[in-house]
Design a protein around this ligand. Structure first.
Ligand code: SF4
Length: 379
């Protein structure tokens, strides 16, 4: 059983289940709990998840993946009974507070999905487990399977991997974006809406594998946020694996993944419109500067912004001021004026980054070099 867990836990590492970044570096890997990952639940609570594949048998051919059909790799599968029991043992030992279950695709996804659903049914019914479950929906999943997934899980996800049909065709011949991926995702979105927020929906992209631009990715993501009520998109920088068709393809630098998360955050939490993001002529976010600062540099007519009178939506346009800081500054103004940059830092913002863009009671703040060292970077 341990060898099987090693194989199927290892194979699950490329799915991202937490707020940001690659899962590999944060994996808790010791003798007992090799495939337990720290994660952030949709409600913000930090938990440890058992992250595992039901099977790494797969009939698809994704060019970046070592589980694809025909690849010479050891294969294994859990029966629903085995996996449900193993997970519940970890729950009872208080080693995990949730399950992240994915799978290779076989039986035109129907059988793979059936087995995953059977596992979660056992966990919910036989063991009466009420905790967190994140369940992958397989490409091409039928409506009934999607409905069961949404009924059983707290979060469901379906990885789109690429933003357009043309880009997807560059990294697989066995998936089709509209019928196999977007149709079940739309069905899941409609059902999630009926459940009024009790289940959330996410997706993931393999960044750079299909030579897509950041603009293509973010256009697709914006449409998913707007039309499907997607909770989050995750970005996974492509890394070539030996003996896969893309082994010669250049890896995607992790700074690109980071910039995409920053731009995504602007769309979801800062009120930015998709056409406000600034790209290079090739449609990519700049490496040298975060997307919010890039927007600010390109819009000198908006600045400086008076911290004592600007509405919250305008404060959010200032580099170094995020949603929490903007709210705190607005609340702070009820007790008196914001007169120095240390009050921005005390509210959780980056005073050094905000300094060139703000007025404090009508005056430009003195540039405070010391704060450069004290502040953490970020959007
Ligand atoms: S569907 Fe694609 S990415 Fe998923 S396991 Fe199969 S080959 Fe790998």
């Amino acid at each position: 059983m341990e060898a099987k867990m090693d194989l199927l836990g290892g194979a699950a590492q490329y799915d991202i289940c937490r707020a940001c970044g690659g899962a590999q570096s944060n994996r808790i890997r010791d003798a007992l709990d090799r495939w337990i990952y720290p994660a952030v639940r949709p409600d913000g609570k930090r938990v440890s998840l058992l992250k595992v594949l039901q099977t790494n048998v797969c009939e698809n051919d994704c060019f970046y993946c070592t589980n694809r059909a025909g690849y010479d790799t050891p294969r294994a599968s859990f029966t629903p009974d085995e996996l449900a029991r193993l997970f519940m043992e970890l729950v009872q030992r208080r080693r995990v507070q949730g399950l992240f279950l994915s799978s290779g695709v076989y039986g035109r996804s129907g059988q793979a999905m059936e087995r995953m659903l059977a596992t979660v049914e056992l966990v919910r019914r036989r063991y009466a487990y009420r905790g967190y479950v994140h369940l992958k929906i397989m490409p091409g999943a039928q409506d009934a399977a999607v409905e069961q997934a949404v009924r059983l899980a707290d979060r469901v996800s379906l990885n789109l991997e690429a933003p357009t049909p043309e880009r997807l065709a560059r990294i697989t011949h066995s998936k089709e974006l509209h019928n196999q991926l977007l149709t079940p995702l739309r069905r899941a979105a409609a059902l999630a809406r009926e459940r009024a927020g009790r289940v959330t929906l996410t997706t993931q992209f393999v960044v750079g594998a299909a030579d897509e631009s950041d603009s293509e990715l973010l256009q697709s993501v914006q449409s998913l946020y707007h039309n499907l009520g997607l909770a989050r998109a995750y970005y996974s920088a492509f890394q070539p694996l030996a003996h896969t068709p893309l082994e010669e393809h250049a890896p995607t630098p992790t700074w690109r993944e980071h910039r995409l998360y920053q731009a995504d955050f602007l769309l979801r939490c800062y009120g930015f419109a998709i056409d406000e993001l600034v790209y290079s002529p090739e449609g990519n976010l700049p490496r040298a500067c975060d997307p919010k600062e890039m927007w600010a540099v390109n819009h000198p007519e908006v600045f400086p912004i008076e911290l004592n009178t600007a509405p919250e939506s305008q404060l959010l346009r200032v580099p170094g001021i995020g949603p929490v800081t903007a709210k705190r500054l607005v609340a702070r103004r009820r007790d008196g004026k914001v007169r120095d940059l240390q009050q921005v830092a005390a509210a959780g913002g980056s005073a050094a980054r905000a300094a060139p863009y703000v007025l404090l009671d009508g005056h430009r703040p003195a540039y405070q070099m010391a704060l450069w060292q004290a502040d953490a970077p970020g959007v």
